[in-house]
Structure formats: C-alpha cells, structure tokens
Write a new protein. Structure first.
Lengths: 485, 506
C-alpha cells in the first residue's frame, strides 16, 4: 500500500459524503437507538483506506450495532459513544485459506463429500489464544476448509476470529464459502525405502507423492462431479417445467369435469338402470389421466455440485502440478458458469497465461518454513504471488489451510510477498476486498463503506509498513483488541 | 356351646380365606419396613421411621404409624432406609449392544439386555434399584431405551417401563469427523422431512385423483376424499399429517416422527462443547428440545452457558473432574463439572462409573466432597435421575404412592464404610447381603454351595478339564467359578485402566 493517497481518493470522499446526505433514514436511526451506547464507536484517523487505492484524510467513522453507519470528516461523537483514535484505519484482513479453529478430525477428514459443511467442524470452544493472536495481527475473518486430504473436502466456512464469540450463529459468517476439492496432493507419510546411487538402501519418511496412475483420472473425476451437478440441476428444472405443464392440463380437465358433472351423473343413472334391466352388474366407467411427473430423487451431494456448476458456489481446487492445472482448466472449459479458484498452485507460473485468460483467481501460500511435500515444493515460494500478478493473474494470499497458528502470520507473509515483487496495493487488495469478492462477501466485508460490517483495524502506519502495529481491532462492531488487552 | 361357637369360627375362617384371597389377587402381600433412620429424599429425614408398602406401592411413611395387622414386618433399628439410586443412562448390562448401524431408530435395547449380566447383580449390591439402559452412544441414532430393575431372569420380569427414550449421538463415531457426524445427524431429520413430504404429497395426489375420477364417473366422492382427512384410525399430531394414519408411516421413520411429535424422550450423547452446540441446534430445529436430555462427557461442560440458556437437563459421565493445561501458561486447571452445572442452575443427574467402586453413591459422595450440598448430590442420583427418565412420579423418593423401592444401608448411603444390607424392589425383598454368595466368599472365604474350591496358586486349567476333588459332577460349576474369577479380574483391569487415565490427565 502506497502511503500517499491515490488520485481516486477525492472521488471516494464525495461518493461517501453524498451517500450520507442521501440517507436520512440512517441519520434518523442514529438518533433513535441512543440507550445502548456500548455498541457505538467513533473512530478518527488521519487516513482511512476505504478500499484498495482509495484513502480519505482526517476522517471519522461511526459504528453502531455492528455496522458502519457514517463516514464523515465533521462527525460529532454521540453521547456515550466510545472514541478511538489512530493514524490509519482499514478493513480487517481476511484469510481465504486457513485451518484456525478447525477440529482435528475435520481437518484430516477423508470421509467428507460435497455436502459436508466445514462449519460443523469449527470448534469455537478451544484455541481461543490462537484466535486472539490472529486477531491482534489484524486477521478478523478466515475461510476454514476441512478435509484437505479428501478428493472432495466439502463446503468451506467463513468464521470471525473474535474469541469472545461462542455460538456458531454469531461466529460463522458464511457456511457455504466455496466447495473444496483437491487434485494429486501428497499423501501423508509412511516409512519407505529407496536405493541410493551407490546401491545402499536408505530409509525415507515424510509425505510421499501420489502414484502416477492414481493421478490419471483425478482431473476427469473433478469434471465428472461438476457434470453430475449440472445434470442434477437440469433434471430439477425439467421436472419443474413438466410439473407445471401437467398441473395446467389437470386444472383444465378438472374444470371441464366439474362442468360436465350433471351430464355424467345422468348418464351414470341411465347406465345403472340399463344394467338393472338387463340383470347385469353395473360397472363404473374407467377413468384415465396423465400420470403426475415424479420428482427427481433428492441427493444432497449433487444438490451442492449443482450449485457449483451453476456458479452459485465457487469451486476451490487445491492443485499444484502445472500439467494438472492445465488439464483442469481444459476439462472445465465447458462449464461456462463455473467459478473456479485454484489453491496452492506451486507450478502455476507456467500456466499463468491460461489462468489470466480464464480469470481464475489463485490462492497463494507464501511461507517462511517451506514444505516437505514432494509435489508442492514451490507452494511456499515467496515470489510466486508477485510473478503471477505480473502475468495478470488474480492473486489471493492465504495461510495454507493446514496449520492453525499460521493465520496469525498472514500480514507478515503478505509483506514478504511484497518484498518479493508483489505490488503492495495488490497485496492489500488480496487480504481485503478480493477475498470478499471471490467468496461473495463483498456486500458485507472487505472495505470501509457505509452499511458494511465493522471489521476494522486501527494501525500506527499503513499496512505492511515495517512499523505498522495494529492498535485496535473491531470485529463485527465489537472492540475486540485494544492496546491494553 | 358348640353350636354357638361354630358359626363364629366359621365366619372367622371365611373372613380369613377371603382376605388371603384378596391379597393373593393383588399379587403381593403387605410389607412394613422399620429403620433407625429413613432418608425420604422428600423433606425431613425420619428417625425410627416406618414405611408401609402394599401391593408394591408405598402407602405410608412416617414415625409410629399404624400398619395392617397381616403385614410382614422387617425391623432394621440400626440401619438407614433409602429410596435407592436411579441410573438415568447406562450403557452396561447388554450383550453386544448395537454400535454398528448408524441410524437405528427402529431398534429396541430390550433385545440387547442380558438379564444375567454381572452388572445387574452388582447394581443391587450398590443400592441401585432402577436403570435406564441405552445403546448407541457411538451411533447417530442408537435406538429406543428400556428401564429395568436389576432383578429377574427375563427382560419381561425386569421391566419397569419400556421405551424410555431414543438415544442419539452428536459425538463422531469411529471413522467420522465432527462435520460428517453433524451431516449424518441432520440428514436423519431432513430425510424424515422429505419422506413425510413425499407421503403427504402422494396421499393428496391420490385423493385428488379419486375426486376427479368420481366427477368423471358422475358419482359423489367418498367421505375420506371429500373431507380431506384420514378416516382410518388415529393420525399423527404433527402439522400437515392430518391425512396420514399412524400405521402408514414406515417403521424406520415412526420412532423419529414420535420424537418430532413430542411424544418421546431423547437422550443425546455429547463428548464436547461442539457436540453440545450441534445437539441443541438439531433438537431446536426439529422441535424436541423440551424432551431432550444431554448425556455429557469430556469438554461438554464448556457449553454450560448454552445449556443453561436453553433449559435442558444433563446427565454427567463418570469422570466428574476435568483437567486441562492452559495452552499459554501451561498451568493445570481443574474443573469439577457438577459444580459448574449447579452454579448455572442446570438440572443434572449423575451416571455410575464403569466399575462398581465408582457407583452412584461414590459419584454423589464426590459431589459432596467438592462443595455441593447433600441434598443436591442425592437429588442428582435419585429424584432428578427419575425425572429425566420420566419416572419422577414413581421412584426416587420414599413418598406415598411411589414404588416400594427401599434400600437398607448399614449406615449413611454416601459413606465409604456403609454397605447395602437389603434391597426391596416393588415390595419384594430381592437382595440380602447375608445370602450374597460373592460377598460371603470375599468376607469369610465361605465356599459357595455346589462349587469347587478355588486355589489361586493352582495352574490354569482349561474349561471343562478341571480336576474335581469331589464327585457329583461339579465340572460345569468349576467352569462357572472360573468365569466369575475372570470377571473380577476384568473389573480390576478396568480399575487400573481408569487409574492410568487419571495419571495421564495429571
């Protein structure tokens, strides 16, 4: 993030101001709820980063009931509101790929399917200290993803990292934040032997690569899964249409039958008499009508895959090899509404052009510790984000979805990526608005705008500046971190 | 004189025979228990009290009260009479309980109960008079529970009340993660929902078709079709099911529908706070929260606030002390779980441990040791437990109208020095310590009748090949003796295992 205001700043300012002026309803609401002031805050800052590239100078933000209700330079502090001051205010950081707060059984789960919800595996009763650390570092929201070892890991979940939140309804912001799949990941380690160049036998341990033959069909399986989803949706739509048609026909028929009822009654009487005369048994006339179309059988997994195929839920695939990324892009070409996101993507640089062309976002995981997984060696390459961005690929930054403690380091990792060539504005964008947009949360989070959730950071300096420390953190309008706690 | 006497005598004889006939008809004779102290669990403790049990029910409790002349009087001047402990949720006393079929609402634990299980014998010895047996703590829906008394040779004889409630588990079973367990649990009820929608849809469809057919054929529609509700027997008291007679629901779905209908208790097993959150969510979403009790283990107590807020009672597992290390400071933190629930105003019952030495009396005594009052501890093992299994009006205290279940302790029921001398269940003496073969053997080394002496130094002899010093074919008895011994060892092993676990925790 450049410390100087971007040329767009004045525009942003006027936009916001005019919005305030046009919202008398909001202003009225301001005066109303005066009694509960514990949730009312005024944040004053020398610089407010409204969204990447837009900075307002000397501005105040009014937060009430969890939301940003006003942004103005001349804002007065309402009675009883808490005032917070700082140099820079920006949106809270979002980790789009994290394991913080996941129950161990869910992270390692291999029995998951497309309808498994990571939200059910979020443990809000432990790891509070890790959540507090991440929050202190400025990470207010994380997308958790269970079952990274499974071919289909299930639905991700966006979780607020405020340790004070103990109930899922408060903490979980979104429980279908992308469907996760994985392709050709290294398998968890087991002991094995290999013959060295001198012929001696060596024992190796650690993760091992997937067998080549097991990999062959993996991409096809992903495409086939999406296809079953597409067909499921198609059948559903077809059924609804058929049912409508049938209902229309039946309604018409019923009307006609009701109209002809007297006639039918008469004719029945006649037939009855006739039968009696002849001494025969009376038989009712046979009634026939078109059968009601049967509803397709419900399948929870396919219903989720249908949402993926229709682009209602993004598909996040963790894949590392260039060949597999390329094959995946090729195999999913036909699904025009699919919203593909690629995670990990160690060798994505060699397919950067294709990724850029298809505008597939990539979640990169810059890491200090590196990895020993044979197929993911360059996953933690610090320059990958910068290089991909230079090729025009949309880059997100995540903490890798394995290590719960890593979420805390996300701002640091972003700074390192900046040090290795990623444009600071893009890095800031990756941690805020881009994650929100990719996972359909942009209407609530990722920027400092009226009406959005008050997930805000108050810093000493611009984000990623070496001297920037986070002084206050607001999570959903609650002042969760202060310099004192 | 003879002529005068005869009618009187005859009359008396007739009256006597009538009286005995009446008592024979009712099934039980009258029994009166006099004890040095009567702990009623309902108000004051009575010194030198008398309990009158007629036809299996308590008809009077008090000091110096009158009782029928023909009652059998049992006097225990130095002992304490107590209502007997109630086990609200037991996973023992079964032979190969179902822990395999995930969703088994159609199973009844009645079929798994093993009347000759050592557990029941031991329950009497520990003063437990009523046990709710449940299976499927490791399933998704484990099946229907069954309430028994620990005496009798068949399940029918043991029955106190069938169908105590359905067991459900929010704890992931082996091979499942929390997320997939939650998925399965929700699927049980969304599956039921879809099944009902289909059933109702088909029914309505059939009726509409019948209406159109009648119109076409020129006749009046029949009554059921015309009125749009079932004429065949009683229907479900669930909105939207007015058309469906009770018997038309699939037997796999019916027990679940009873839960949704609010006619069935539900026991949800939880091993963690997360599982509690899930259990409460599923119970709330499907409308059976008010019929739910949570069976808790592990970190579940951390969700105590949530439980208190919903007003759900809980049944606490064997280990009442939770130990954990603070992840930051490394400090050891101990939490006494019953105290947490007591302080939050949550109704709780205790479960007996997996060994006889950690029976309900021990759990209650532990509570007193950690600061709960005596009344609170006793309620958690008697009256509250009875309430949670729907027998609050029948057992748990010595009051008029309740079942004649009385345990005679040699001293205070919560004292480690007291033991159970006699147990009366529904007015029948079912345990007498002076006839307890195992106790006699332990206490005095007395050799049980028809058994071969057991020599601990002897070499192990395979079953059926034991050398019998005396004759009269006591081969099989020797085998039984060995089995007995094995079981003792097993419980010892359990004890040890528990100790290990505790050490680990420390």
């Amino acid at each position: 993030m450049r410390p100087s205001p971007s040329p767009l700043a004045p525009l942003g300012l006027t936009c916001c101001l005019s919005f305030v002026a046009l919202s008398p309803a909001l202003a009225a609401a301001d005066e109303e709820a005066q009694e509960d002031t514990s949730s009312v805050f005024v944040i004053r800052a020398a610089q407010v980063v409204v969204r990447p590239g837009e900075v307002l100078e000397n501005t105040a933000i009014l937060v009430r009931d969890g939301r940003i209700v006003r942004i103005a330079a001349d804002l007065e502090t309402p009675d009883g509101a808490v005032e917070v001051q700082g140099e820079v205010v920006c949106a809270g950081f979002i980790d789009p790929w994290s394991a913080l707060g996941l129950d161990g059984s869910v992270l390692d789960d291999r029995s998951s399917d497309a309808a498994t919800r990571t939200a059910d595996g979020v443990d809000l009763f432990s790891n509070d200290h890790l959540r507090a650390e991440a929050l202190r570092a400025g990470v207010t929201l994380a997308r958790l993803q269970g079952g990274y070892r499974a071919a289909v890991g299930g639905l991700g979940a966006f979780v607020r990292l405020d340790p004070a939140l103990d109930s899922a309804s408060e903490a979980i912001v979104d429980d279908s934040a992308g469907l996760a799949m994985s392709l050709g990941l290294s398998l968890p380690g087991s002991m094995r032997f290999s013959r060295g160049s001198d012929g001696s036998l060596r024992m190796l341990s650690g993760d091992r690569a997937v067998d080549v033959f097991d990999r062959v069909e993996a991409v096809d399986r992903v495409a086939a899964a999406i296809e079953t989803g597409r067909q499921y949706r198609e059948r559903e739509v077809e059924y609804r249409y058929e049912l409508e048609e049938w209902q229309k026909a039946i309604d018409e028929k019923t009307l006609k039958l009701e109209k002809d009822f007297k006639k039918a009654k008469k004719s029945r009487k006649k037939d009855q008499d006739k039968a009696e005369d002849k001494g025969k048994e009376f038989k009712e006339k046979k009634y026939k009508e078109d059968k009601r179309p049967r509803a397709p059988k419900f399948n929870a997994e396919r219903a989720e895959l249908a949402r993926v195929a229709a682009g209602e839920t993004p598909l996040v695939v963790e894949v590392h090899r260039a060949s597999e990324i390329r094959n995946l892009l090729e195999a999913t070409k036909g699904f025009t509404r699919l919203r593909l996101v690629i995670a990990g993507a160690s060798e994505s640089l060699s397919v950067a052009a294709e990724l850029a062309e298809r505008s597939v976002p990539v979640i990169v995981w810059p890491s200090l510790s590196g990895t020993s997984r044979p197929d993911e060696l360059s996953a933690s390459d610090l320059s990958l984000a910068g290089n991909l961005a230079a090729e025009g690929v949309t880059v997100l930054l995540g903490s890798g979805g394995r290590d719960a403690a890593a979420a805390r380091d996300l701002p640091l990792l972003a700074a390192l990526a900046v040090g290795h060539g990623l444009d600071p504005e893009l890095a800031f964008k990756a941690l805020t608005s881009l994650s929100a947009e990719t996972f359909d949360l942009a209407d609530r989070l990722g920027s400092v705008e009226i009406g959005k959730d008050a997930d805000l950071l108050v810093l000493d300096a611009m984000p990623f500046h070496p001297g920037a420390s986070v002084r206050y953190v607001f999570s959903g309008g609650r002042l969760a971190i202060t310099p004192e706690n | 004189m003879n002529q005068q006497l005869f009618p009187t005598l005859f009359g008396a004889l007739v009256a006597l025979s009538l009286a005995s006939a009446a008592s024979a008809q009712a099934g039980d004779s009258n029994i009166v228990i006099k004890a040095g102290k009567v702990i009623t669990n309902a108000g004051e403790t009575i010194e030198n009290g008398t309990i009158v049990i007629q036809n299996g029910r308590i008809t009077a409790v008090g000091q110096g009260i009158e009782y029928p002349w023909n009652a059998e009087v049992k006097e225990y001047p130095g002992s304490v009479a107590f209502p007997g402990f109630v086990e609200a949720h037991s996973s023992r006393g079964m032979d190969r309980a179902n822990e395999n079929i995930d969703v088994a609402a159609f199973l009844n634990v009645k079929d798994s109960i093993d009347p000759v299980s050592f557990y029941f014998e031991d329950a009497l010895r520990a003063g437990v008079t009523t046990i709710n047996v449940q299976q499927g703590d490791e399933c998704v829906v484990g099946g229907m529970g069954y309430i028994v008394k620990p005496t009798g040779m068949t399940v029918e004889e043991m029955t106190v009340r069938p169908n105590s409630g359905l067991a459900m588990s929010a704890t992931p079973k082996r091979g499942k993660s929390r997320a997939t367990q939650a998925q399965s649990l929700r699927e049980v009820f969304s599956g039921l929902q879809r099944y009902l929608e289909d059933t109702v849809g088909d029914k309505r469809q059939g009726l509409d078709h019948a209406t159109r057919e009648a119109l076409y054929q020129g006749r009046e529609a029949d009554e059921e079709t015309a009125k749009g509700r079932s004429m065949a027997g009683s229907t479900w008291k669930v909105d939207g099911l007015e058309l469906i007679p009770r018997w038309e629901i699939d037997e796999k779905q019916a027990p679940l529908l009873k839960i949704v209908e609010g006619n069935q208790r539900m026991f949800v097993f939880c091993d963690s706070a997360q599982a509690v959150a899930l259990a409460l969510e599923v119970a709330t979403d499907n409308g059976f929260l008010h019929r739910t009790s949570l069976v808790l283990e592990g970190t579940s107590w951390k969700a105590a606030d949530m439980i208190a807020q919903r007003g759900v009672p809980v049944i606490l597992s064997e280990s009442l002390m939770y130990r954990e290390r603070d992840p930051v400071s490394g400090e050891m933190i101990e939490t006494f779980v019953p105290k947490v629930f007591q302080d939050k105003g949550v109704r709780f019952a205790l479960r007996g441990g997996s060994t006889a030495s950690k029976g309900l009396w021990y759990q209650a005594a532990l509570c007193v040791g950690y600061g709960l009052t005596r009344d609170q501890a006793l309620a958690a093992t008697t009256t509250t437990s009875a309430d949670l299994i729907g027998l609050g009006d029948r057992i748990g205290s010595l009051e008029v109208g309740k079942d004649g279940n009385v345990v005679i302790f040699s001293g205070d029921p919560l004292s480690v020095k007291s033991f159970v001398e006699f147990v009366v269940i529904e007015g029948e003496l079912v345990y007498d310590r002076s006839n307890d073969t195992r106790v006699l053997h332990l206490d005095t080394g007395a050799q049980p009748e028809n058994t071969a002496p057991h020599d601990p130094n002897a070499d192990f002899k395979p079953h059926g090949k034991a050398e019998v010093p005396d004759d009269d074919g006591s081969d099989t008895d020797a085998g039984e003796n060995e089995e007995e011994h094995e079981e003792d060892e097993e419980s010892d092993a359990d004890d040890k295992h528990d100790d290990d676990k505790e050490n680990e925790d420390k």
